[in-house]
Design a protein around this ligand. Structure first.
Ligand code: ACO
Length: 326
């Protein structure tokens, strides 16, 4: 019988150079640094100007290969989690595969919005289970700035761009993914939409309207997140046979610092266990958990054997948690 196996060999991030502060936004819309900080915790975000979603993901993939010290020919799978791919097709993952010449890798995108990295990690865990010695890359990459209506202060202040990911291998040891809990609430999906292209055809009147920009019922998503994220975390922790206090860090999707605080409070846990970096990056959707994960690793805060809970929530609506024994 094939043992389920998934070990993280490298972790890396790629952040666009351009920093846009809250004060910068006050020059183009009716908002204030005070409002944005108080309501969300955001101070600044990085916005891709020269970078594309694909170029950031390629940068992450190259760093991962370099850090893990592997040959690109040995990569079996590349997954990019994104809701803002530069093209509908080719997928961002296929472009990454081509750019790094991972000629033996199967590559595809996963679109689960801000839960994308957690969903992608779960898919990779399953793929690698059937592939002894298999190697995979999971990247969360977003260029959300191209989905933003810069006239809409209700959403424009919230989002940022970036990419980050992990390189993992089935090395025959026990999987680091000790449990997972994923759920989808498609019936509520229209409270967070982006990227609707109605298109034209010559065969009839098109009733649809273009609706390209991120539109969100903020209160509905806030209520969803603060109800479903704690449920997902509690279930995943229980399924791992652990207690909440066994988890060293809850690496939560950075949508709003108030959401993170509310989830911590609902779970009866101290904010010390909930690292936050939304002040620097804003909401980077599928990139947000791996960017935070990478920063914790870079700061030397993670030890082998630590239990980590990665939780995403957002468009779909989707929610998901994976518990990793680092
Ligand atoms: N600057 C100043 N004022 C603003 C701004 C702004 N940028 N945006 C809204 N306001 C005003 C509103 O017009 C409103 O004014 P009014 O009282 O005169 O009508 C007031 O501020 C309060 O607005 P609310 O929308 O009630 O503010 P709230 O405290 O709910 O915060 C927010 C809004 C930040 C969007 C919050 O609802 C939230 O974080 N929701 C969850 C979003 C989320 O988690 N998304 C994750 C998924 S993202 C994904 O999947 C891509």
């Amino acid at each position: 019988m094939i043992m389920n196996s998934f070990r993280i060999k490298a972790i890396a991030k790629s952040i666009p150079q351009k920093v846009v502060t809250n004060d910068d936004l006050t020059k183009i819309m009716d908002t204030s640094d005070e409002w944005i900080k108080r309501r969300t915790g955001i101070t600044q975000r990085h916005i891709a100007t020269r970078e594309t979603n694909t170029s950031m993901c390629i940068d992450v993939a190259k760093q991962l290969v370099e850090k893990a010290g592997i040959d690109v020919d040995t990569i079996n799978f590349i997954i990019v989690a994104t809701m803002s791919g530069d093209y509908q097709t080719p997928s961002t993952a296929a472009s990454v595969q081509g750019a790094i010449h991972a000629d033996h890798a199967v590559a595809f995108d996963v679109d689960a919005a801000c839960s994308g990295f957690v969903y992608g990690t779960s898919v990779m865990n399953s793929l690698l289970a059937g592939k002894p010695n298999g190697i995979g890359i999971v990247i969360g990459g977003e260029k959300l700035s191209r989905l933003i209506n810069w006239q809409d202060r209700g959403t424009a202040v919230l989002f940022g761009d970036g990419a980050a990911g992990i390189l993992v291998q089935n090395d025959g040891s026990t999987s680091q993914v000790v449990s997972e809990n994923l759920s989808t609430y498609g019936a509520d999906g229209m409270c967070l939409t982006a990227g609707h292209h109605a298109g034209q055809n010559p065969f009839g009147e098109n009733q649809e309207q273009d609706d390209p920009y991120i539109k969100m019922d903020g209160h509905a998503v806030y209520n969803f997140a603060t109800k479903r994220a704690p449920e997902s975390i509690e279930q995943a922790v229980a399924d791992a046979g652990l207690q909440l206090n066994d988890i060293k860090y809850f690496i939560m999707h950075q949508a709003n610092e108030r959401i993170v605080k509310r989830v911590a409070k609902k779970l009866g846990l101290s904010m010390d266990k909930f690292p936050v970096n939304i002040d620097k990056y804003g909401n980077t959707a599928a990139a947000s958990e791996p960017i935070l994960f990478t920063e914790l690793e870079e700061q030397g805060l993670l030890q082998r054997g630590d239990y980590l809970a990665l939780t995403g929530f957002g468009g779909g609506l989707t929610v998901g948690t994976v518990i990793i024994k680092y």
